[in-house]
Design a protein around this ligand. Structure first.
Ligand code: PAF
Length: 284
């Protein structure tokens, strides 16, 4: 049976008991609406730790005024079932008033890394992510915390947050989970109409095409990005937010690829914004 906890004080007390009993804690922060991608994080956390803690919290701080905070899908019963099935021992699902009892005056942020890629069209988003992840890490105090590689920019930013602020936690990256046609799993895929869902596979196909051209020797970012843009703009209803090739840790754009680069993109179908990425690695 999963233990569902909603109060920070209760969670602290339960985890203090687990720690006193010598248990290691693995933590998976989520915004709920769980799918196989989240379950792969939870499975890994429960394999590598004595206790897997999953948080389910739709964090208002990381949504822009025009974004889907109010309509973000929420189904706690279903999420708890999926979390238990993947090995969670505790689900922490606080209300917004528990996490933010008063308007916050303190924030956490990582400079520079959040300026490009998704940060351009989502100002303030990564400050919201860093703030809630910092709060959750302080509350849970896990040995390890698990993040999906689908959110490559978020992962790089969290790694830097933890490094720069000496947070005693190991950040574990978990590979992207894909649907059979290649579309990266995401809670927002459910917003897609049936025809958009079919067309959304173009993100993955464009990444694959870039990997093929890279493997054939192309090292100029502009050429790779143009090839992808041509594929995506040929799909009705697909609007490119960005296609970027960047250094994987600093996220600074690269004109030419030396050995490894992060290739990331965001594409809109109507109001739904999808992201995906891969690494371009010499010799692969
Ligand atoms: O990746 C997410 O779902 C969120 O950004 C996170 C890390 C749970 C913070 O709210």
């Amino acid at each position: 049976m999963v233990k569902l906890i909603t109060a920070i004080a209760d969670l602290r007390q339960t985890l203090a008991g687990a720690r006193a009993a010598g248990k290691s804690i693995g933590f998976v922060p989520t915004m709920g609406c769980l799918h196989e991608g989240h379950q792969s994080l939870i499975r890994q956390a429960s394999l590598e730790n004595d206790l897997a803690v999953v948080s389910i919290f739709v964090n208002p701080l990381q949504f822009g005024p025009e974004e889907d905070y109010a309509t973000y899908p929420r189904d706690l019963d279903r999420d708890c079932q999926l979390a238990v099935a993947a090995g969670a021992g505790i689900v922490f699902a606080p209300a917004a008033a528990e996490m933010y009892p008063q308007a916050a005056l303190a924030y956490a942020a990582v400079e520079l890394l959040g300026d490009g890629l998704c940060g351009k069209s989502r100002p303030g988003h990564f400050r919201g992510v860093c703030t809630v992840v910092s709060k959750l890490l302080h509350i849970v105090q896990p040995e390890r915390a698990y993040f999906g590689e689908k959110d490559a920019q978020q992962l790089a930013i969290i790694r830097r947050l933890v490094l720069d602020l000496n947070m005693p936690v190991l950040i574990v990256a978990v590979p992207i989970q894909r649907e059979p046609d290649g579309l990266a799993m995401s809670s927002r895929n459910r917003y897609l109409a049936a025809d958009e869902r079919k067309r959304a596979v173009v993100l993955y196909r464009a990444l694959q095409e870039a990997q093929r051209v890279f493997a054939a020797g192309e090292r100029e970012s502009r050429m790779l990005k143009e090839r992808m843009a041509a594929m995506i703009t040929a799909v009705p209803g697909a609007a490119i937010d960005y296609i970027e090739i960047a250094e994987p840790q600093t996220l600074q754009p690269l004109e030419n690829i030396q050995d490894t680069a992060l290739l990331a993109l965001a594409v809109r179908f109507g109001k739904t914004r999808l992201i995906d990425n891969c690494l371009l690695t010499e010799g692969k």
